[in-house]
Write a protein of this length. Structure first.
Length: 278
């Protein structure tokens, strides 16, 4: 089990944990956190042999590299920060193109793909981009809120009233995604922005977590204030494994610390970073 906890730009604490689970020998999930830019990326790969692992690793590595390069360029052109959702969508689509080209050029990687959930926190704003069924949740004052909508066959059936939520929990096809990176030459990316409050916790997770735990139980584990954020991340993964661990399970937790609420918008963390970069 890979576990880490770090503090991001004086306003965020982040913990990440990834584990192969009980059933599978290899971990095809990948997680990435950038401590300078407030970026968190989680990908859940799919494909034969090691192709899923290749796709998820490419997604996190390429996206992190290109996005960090873009933000460093903002020292000369800060206006790029004015459209965060568009920036994130463009970067994800560029990553998709790279994975697709790799899948087309190598027989070993044919058919590979990956889900993606990508968070970028600027001051008190949470910007999200996602493709597939990896999720983002918000834990706020004792309540868990789902921030993303799965791109899956099961979700489409739920939307059309063809299956009940209870039946969906036990459906055999619940892991069939309708969107993924690397499957086609272009991809539609869902984006959203949310205003964070002090002590909010953002959870990014692969379906190995929410397939094994009900949302209520996820919320209960996130609400264990006596434990550090890293311990809560570990508890989530351990609980999924206790229930059978049928899939790889990965989580990233981001907590907005209370003191950040007092910081004026004009003193957002990246202003200082960009000034240093000039």
């Amino acid at each position: 089990m890979a576990l880490a906890e770090i503090v991001l730009h004086d306003a965020l604490t982040v913990a990440a944990c990834s584990d192969p689970g009980v059933v599978r020998a290899h971990n095809e999930d990948a997680v990435f956190v950038d401590a300078d830019f407030g970026i968190a990326v989680l990908a859940d790969g799919m494909g034969g042999y090691n192709a899923g692992e290749v796709a998820s690793s490419m997604a996190t590595t390429l996206l992190a590299t290109s996005f960090s390069r873009l933000l460093r360029g903002a020292a000369e052109a800060p206006e790029v920060l004015d459209t965060p959702e568009q920036i994130m969508s463009d970067e994800v689509r560029g990553t998709n193109s790279a994975i697709y080209r790799a899948s087309q050029s190598s027989a070993a990687c044919a058919g590979m793909g990956t889900t993606l959930v990508f968070a970028w926190i600027l001051g008190r704003q949470l910007h999200l981009a996602h493709v597939g069924d990896s999720r983002a949740y918000l834990w706020r004052r004792g309540t868990l809120h789902l921030l993303t909508k799965d791109h899956s066959l099961l979700q489409e059936q739920l939307d059309e009233g063809l299956i009940s939520p209870e039946a969906a929990r036990h459906a055999e096809h619940r892991n069939l995604v309708t969107r993924a990176l690397g499957v086609e030459s272009d991809v539609l990316v869902d984006t959203a922005t949310h205003l964070l409050e002090p002590d909010d916790i953002v959870l990014l997770c692969s379906d190995g977590l929410n397939d094994m735990l009900e949302d209520q139980e996820i919320g209960e584990l996130l609400g264990q204030d006596k434990f550090s954020l890293a311990t809560r991340a570990e508890h989530l993964v351990e609980r999924a494994n206790e229930y059978g661990g049928r899939d790889n399970v990965s989580v990233i937790l981001l907590r907005l610390d209370a003191h950040s609420a007092a910081q004026p918008a004009a003193k957002r963390w990246w202003h200082g970073f960009l000034n240093q970069a000039k």
